[in-house]
Unconditional design. Structure first.
Length: 631
């Protein structure tokens, strides 16, 4: 399912606007009639890189500042969220060759044989399985005004003003810098989350995506204890006191027979133990007559062992046997799985080497042990916030590039987690799924293939070096093929001709103040693989050439002075004139000025009448020779 056309009567700064997003059709709305024609330039699977099974559809929006590039993305986002507008609009989606038209105005359609009208109807056919992810690195200080916004209030706003034409709220993930700054308590938390996601992403896909060819990653990774995402509101005060009392013990030495060589590992071991106890408590609470305080009972009732995880596990089994619990086998399996998970994390924690740097900071060397620890933590514990990770030294461009990859990587993980959570809440038929693990693997993987993804990228190449502007789309397409399971559509805005050269004309919306849209092949240059200078001039509406205004004025001023100077004046200041001419990079201008400069210097440095006569005779002969050739 792809969005392939919009017409907007009025939305913010946009007036009477329409555009195609590049598909097998060319659509036009004129005089209240919609015409649909085949796009003879459409190439199937054009953006395929590694022959993936998923369908990727790409389109770009370019143009002058202030013409509405970002506004167009805002329109799409608001339409998905609300499903309607006061002013007129038309949206057309394509799926398996069939067109779905939604509008709030009366329109005529030339050929209705392949068209489904959704006017005033449910939007479930086009938006029901859509996941929209909005990304931007643009920073706007105004968003700090909303930094204390309560998430619960925000969710209530979505319910009140959400899309009434959908059964469920639209799945929208806003991972823009501005939105994250508004959602988190402070900017430091956004940086923590971004850095940690970047490291997780790089650790998993460094070799697969050959990220090392784009940038050199730092060898050091800073690590610090995170703010644990522990919710104790559902647990008893007695249990809360039980786990907090571990803070007064030498946990690693007393309960795991392990002596850390720095305080960070010591604190991490304590946090791991607390989280283990909470996870066990949550399992027990799901069964009748069982409660979280049994964890404390098991701690004192368990066997004598050097590992507290084994102590609590064996102690709980003893208690459950005494109570003759019916679900003993099921509970035992779950507790055993939790114990193995935490034991593995502790073992990996002991293997990593943590060094103390300046200002009491700790860091890891990016080696095999670190990679194993990061991978396992990401897969099993990231949501618990036990640690946060940071790069040692990264430029704004490097961070911008990794932010793009890292945020999408994390967004897909959240989509999977939300889906898994919703599936776990369903009453599922055990006749088909005997084991919970088999159920998760089957349903999550298969359900994700049914999703459609719309990725909206606003100036995603901001901060990128030109080399990265030229390369990032290739790597992003490869990332999509690796991470996503369903159909993916990408609509992006850009100011980069390097990015634009990866798109055919029919997949580009050109915006200017004089001409709102032009994305047909006729009357515009071919963008795909085009010369960068031509793209700058024609596709980004740059007037008065490609030379900077300061340089242009400076050179014009110099030429005026230089041409009016006598040979003797040029000779007297020849070093100054020659120095300026040598600075000019445009060869045509530079060579012409050098020719005039040499002529004036020659005339000034040879004052003898004889030399000047010979020079003028030589120039006269040149003119005669040219005249003879013409005759």
């Amino acid at each position: 399912m792809n969005l392939i056309f919009v017409w907007i009567e009025e939305y913010k700064k946009i007036r009477n606007f329409q555009t195609n997003f590049g598909s097998k059709y060319i659509i036009e709305f004129k005089e209240k009639q919609i015409s649909v024609k085949p796009n003879n330039h459409f190439v199937e699977d054009f953006f395929e890189v590694d022959k993936s099974d998923i369908n990727i559809h790409m389109s770009a929006i370019v143009g002058e500042n202030g013409t509405g590039k970002s506004t167009l993305l805002d329109f799409i986002l608001e339409y998905i969220q609300k499903g309607s507008f006061e002013n007129g609009y038309i949206t057309i989606f394509e799926d398996m060759g069939k067109l779905y038209i939604d509008t709030n105005i009366d329109v005529r359609i030339e050929d209705k044989s392949n068209i489904v009208s959704l006017k005033d109807e449910s939007l479930d056919p086009i938006l029901g399985n859509l996941v929209t992810i909005f990304f931007s690195n643009v920073f706007d200080v105004r968003y700090f005004d909303n930094k204390n916004r309560n998430i619960e209030v925000y969710e209530n706003e979505l319910k009140d003003f959400g899309n009434p034409r959908l059964k469920d709220l639209p799945s929208i993930m806003n991972i823009t810098t501005n939105e994250l700054l508004a959602t988190y308590d402070n900017a430091a938390m956004v940086l923590d989350a971004d850095s940690t996601n970047q490291i997780f992403f790089s650790n998993e896909y460094l070799d697969t995506l050959e990220i090392g060819k784009m940038l050199e990653l730092p060898n050091k990774i800073f690590i610090k204890n995170g703010k644990q995402n522990i919710n104790l509101s559902m647990l008893s005060e007695k249990f809360e006191k039980f786990i907090n009392d571990f803070s007064f013990d030498d946990v690693a030495n007393m309960y795991f027979n392990f002596q850390p060589d720095n305080e960070l590992i010591d604190t991490l071991t304590l946090d791991i133990l607390k989280n283990y106890c909470i996870e066990v408590a949550k399992v027990l609470r799901k069964y009748p007559d069982l409660h979280e305080d049994m964890v404390e009972e098991a701690f004192f009732y368990g066997s004598n062992d050097s590992d507290i995880i084994k102590i609590i596990y064996k102690g709980i089994l003893k208690v459950l046997k005494l109570l003759q619990v019916k679900n003993l086998s099921e509970i035992k399996s779950k507790l055993n799985s939790i114990g193995e998970k935490y034991t593995t994390l502790l073992e990996l924690t002991r293997e990593i080497k943590i060094y103390k740097g300046l200002n009491e900071t700790h860091y890891l060397i990016n080696d095999e042990a670190t990679s194993k620890f990061i991978k396992y933590y990401r897969e099993n514990f990231y949501s618990q916030g036990l640690i946060s990770l940071h790069w040692s030294d990264m430029s704004s461009g490097q961070l911008g590039l990794l932010n793009l990859f890292g945020r999408f990587y994390n967004a897909l993980h959240e989509v999977e987690e939300d889906l898994l959570s919703s599936l776990n809440e369903m009453d599922l038929n055990e006749e088909y799924f005997e084991m919970e693990d088999d159920l998760e693997k089957f349903t999550v993987s298969d359900k994700l293939k049914d999703y459609n993804y719309l990725l909206l990228l606003d100036e995603c190449d901001l901060y990128f070096h030109p080399q990265w502007q030229k390369d990032w789309l290739y790597y992003f397409l490869r990332l999509i093929e690796i991470l996503f399971k369903g159909n993916v559509q990408v609509i992006l805005t850009t100011h980069s001709p390097f990015v634009l050269s990866d798109f055919p004309n029919s997949n580009v919306t050109f915006l200017s103040k004089s001409s709102l849209t032009k994305n047909d092949l006729e009357g515009s240059i071919r963008t795909f693989g085009a010369n960068i200078n031509e793209l700058f001039t024609n596709s980004f509406f740059i007037s008065d050439g490609l030379m900077g205004k300061f340089a242009k004025n400076k050179i014009n001023g110099f030429i005026k002075e230089f041409l009016n100077a006598t040979p003797n004046e040029v000779d007297a200041n020849k070093e100054k004139y020659k120095q300026f001419i040598d600075l000019i990079g445009e060869p045509l201008i530079k060579n012409k000025l050098l020719q005039i400069y040499n002529e004036k210097v020659v005339l000034a440095s040879n004052n003898s009448i004889e030399y000047r006569i010979k020079y003028l005779e030589s120039e006269l002969n040149k003119i005669k020779n040219r005249s003879d050739k013409i005759d």
